[in-house]
Structures are given as C-alpha cells and as structure tokens.
Write a protein that binds this ligand. Structure first.
Ligand SMILES: C[S@@+](CC[C@H](N)C(=O)[O-])C[C@H]1O[C@@H](n2cnc3c(N)ncnc32)[C@H](O)[C@@H]1O
Length: 199
C-alpha cells in the first residue's frame, strides 16, 4: 500500500511522536517498518534525520561549566502538546534515569571532528572525540545518568543532571541494572582524573 509523504518539520501533521524524517531522498516507495518510522524502499541507512525534543530542562544551572554537578537539581518538563502524564507512568519506581539531550549552546565552529586534549589539558593524551565525553561532538548528543527525585504530572525532578536550564531533552529511559556493563570496566588514568571534581 502506498504511504503518503511525510510532512516536513514545522507543518501540520509533523508533530506526532517519534517522527523520523528521511530528508534527502524522494517521496516514492515508502515501506512501513514499524508504527513510528518509514523508510523508502531499498534504502537501508538514514542519511539525515530530525528528532523533536520530548521536553526541556528547566531550572538548575544556567552556565555550561565543567564541575560540581552532583548537587544540581532541575526539572525535565515534557511537551504538553505531545504527551500526557501516562508517558511517565511507572518511572518513579526507578531510582535513576538515563537522559538523552542536545548540547544546544555549542556553536557550529566549536565542533570537534578529530582528536583533541580533553578540556585542552596538554598533560592528558590527545584522544578522538569518540573516545571522550566532551560537549563539542558532531551530533551534540549528551547522555547522563541522574537521580529521579520525584515525578509530578509531566515533570520529572532530577538530581545530578549535567545539562543546563533550557536544554532540549530527546529521550528519558529508566536505568535498569540488566543494561549496566557486563564484566569489568576499564579506563585510562586521565578519565578518572577528569571526573575528580565533576560530581
Ligand atoms: C562533559 S558534558 C557530559 C554530558 C553527559 N554526562 C555525557 O557524558 O554525554 C557536560 C557539560 O556540558 C555542558 N552543557 C550542559 N548543557 C549544555 C547545553 N545545553 N549546551 C552546551 N553545553 C552544555 C556543561 O558544561 C557540562 O559540564
């Protein structure tokens, strides 16, 4: 069955949850793979895509500084146009959530594509952007594990979220021990040092 074209972002019909838009290919021959995504026939990889924020960080710190995040408390407020409180039902039975967000205050000219010294520290090794967790990354995606303080309607109050006021949030997942690393975690010395004053 032929699928209708996906409306461009910002037009009526484009604001449903989980819309993944294939931006750079023609509109013919869409195949429905599941309820939320449509891929053109014969195309196995998405070249570009857009993701709508599910909500925003409100409160907490206002300036993107490096350390002392442990005591921060903030709210994640879901978009009331797209969600009801049912989207958060049961989240309060978990102690922690993994929050996926966008470093929206990083400018185009700040992005690192290759290797750099973490925080510019020459006494630490130069490592690739995908071997560190700096904010200046190509897709500007941040992932943080934080404490769930409480859930109130469309709001999750979180502790220790290292995202500033206004940050777009693109997903929230409960932390499940079964998804924790299996086996020993190893890391270089600089990775331990960089975290010394972080929380
Ligand atoms: C080093 S990154 C790590 C984030 C996350 N824990 C991760 O591993 O992906 C965290 C830093 O990003 C900065 N930051 C937080 N929110 C930001 C935003 N919306 N735009 C740009 N920088 C942000 C803050 O300076 C914070 O110290």
């Amino acid at each position: 069955m032929a699928m209708p074209p996906i409306p461009p972002p910002g037009t009526p019909g484009s604001t449903q949850a989980a819309v993944v838009r294939i931006a750079d290919i023609g509109s013919s021959g869409y195949t429905s793979l599941d309820e939320g995504s449509r891929l053109p026939a014969g195309v196995g990889l998405m070249a570009t895509f857009s993701v709508q924020p599910i909500g925003h960080v409100r409160g907490g710190r206002e300036v993107p500084e490096d350390d002392d995040w442990g005591g921060s408390e903030a709210r994640i407020e879901l978009d009331p146009k797209r969600f009801t409180k049912e989207a958060l039902e049961g989240l309060d039975t978990f102690s922690h959530a993994e929050v996926v967000f966008v470093f929206d205050r990083v400018g185009d000219g700040e992005i690192t594509y290759d290797a750099r010294h973490p925080r510019g520290r020459k006494d630490w090794p130069k490592v690739g952007i995908f071997a560190q967790r700096g904010k200046n990354r190509p897709n500007r995606i941040g992932v943080s594990v934080c404490r769930i303080v409480r859930v109130e309607g469309l709001t999750v109050v979180v502790g220790g979220l290292d995202a500033i006021d206004g940050t777009p949030v693109i997903d929230i997942k409960p932390v499940m021990s079964g998804f924790a690393p299996r086996g020993d975690v190893t890391e270089p010395a600089w990775a331990k040092e960089i975290m010394a004053g972080y929380w």
